[in-house]
Design a binder for this molecule. Structure first.
Ligand code: SF4
Length: 266
């Protein structure tokens, strides 16, 4: 299992993590609170190069606070699709300052790809899967190339597409960690209150899950919290996360947020 730190160098072309290692980590940290789990993993250095991917959405502050409390130097990656709400960009600045995040990174779509495939910036209106692919999936893939493990803010309760979410999964040989996988909405609310965390400016207006501006609408009473994403499309995820992994019991989804039929936690 991943308890012993592996030496990784340029000639190590094997996957950074195996499903067996993810299974062992799931067993090892069963019943352990997310903060303690992250602190132990960071302290022992068994994750290799690790980063957290955040959409700076309505629930992002909880994961970022947990990570920063354990190690403020862990890089926080934000995929800026260039279609974000201005409020989200402002909220990112607020959280970086409030939580004392030391390493923040921004990845954006490739300019040449945008010019070739979304010249007028309206691809979202007729091909949201293609738009997510060039504005979210590809930039995140680039960002993850230097990582052995990444931390996601997905939670099982967010959608029926995210049930049975394990804490540790393997995706493309990288370890994907879902510290909030088993958290409920009440757990998140209590954590916000306990630590007096700043709220996303759009939450009070009824945006319960915030992604890109063109594809996010307010959620009506009684609706799934992510119902406001890609309203009118058979789409619930952006493609940042792989389809269900039978081995890991994983599923689509982000903690922030993202194809037909499918946002940013990301
Ligand atoms: S959420 Fe909408 S605007 Fe953002 S990348 Fe996907 S389709 Fe494009």
């Amino acid at each position: 299992m991943a308890e012993a730190a592996r030496q990784r160098d340029l000639i190590d072309t094997a996957p950074a993590f195996t499903q067996a290692e993810a299974d062992a980590l799931n067993a090892r940290f069963a019943g352990v609170d997310a903060g303690t789990m992250l602190a132990e993993l960071f302290a022992e250095g068994s994750l290799g190069k690790v980063g957290v991917v955040s959409s700076f959405g309505t629930e992002s502050a909880v994961l970022l606070h947990l990570v920063a409390k354990a190690d403020r130097t862990v890089p926080v990656v934000f995929v800026d699709t260039l279609k974000m709400f201005e409020e989200t960009l402002q909220y990112r600045e607020t959280l970086i300052e409030t939580l004392g995040i030391v390493n923040s990174e921004v990845v954006q779509p490739d300019e040449a790809v945008l010019a070739a495939k979304d010249e007028n910036g309206l691809r979202w209106s007729w091909d949201p899967d293609g738009c997510c692919e060039i504005r979210k999936v590809e930039p995140l893939k680039r960002a993850k190339q230097g990582l052995d493990a990444w931390i996601s803010g997905r939670k099982a309760f967010q959608s029926v597409t995210r049930q049975n979410l394990p804490r540790f999964e393997v995706e493309d040989g990288r370890l994907k960690i879902n510290p909030l996988g088993d958290w409920t909405k009440d757990d998140l609310e209590a954590y916000f209150e306990e630590h007096d965390l700043p709220r996303h400016p759009l939450e009070a207006q009824g945006y319960l899950s915030v992604g890109c501006a063109p594809c996010t609408s307010k959620v009506k009473p009684g609706e799934d919290p992510r119902a406001g994403r890609w309203r009118g499309w058979d789409k619930t995820e952006c493609g940042i996360h792989s389809p269900n992994n039978p081995q890991s019991g994983g599923n689509d989804g982000d903690g922030g947020e993202l194809p037909p039929g499918y946002e940013p936690a990301f």
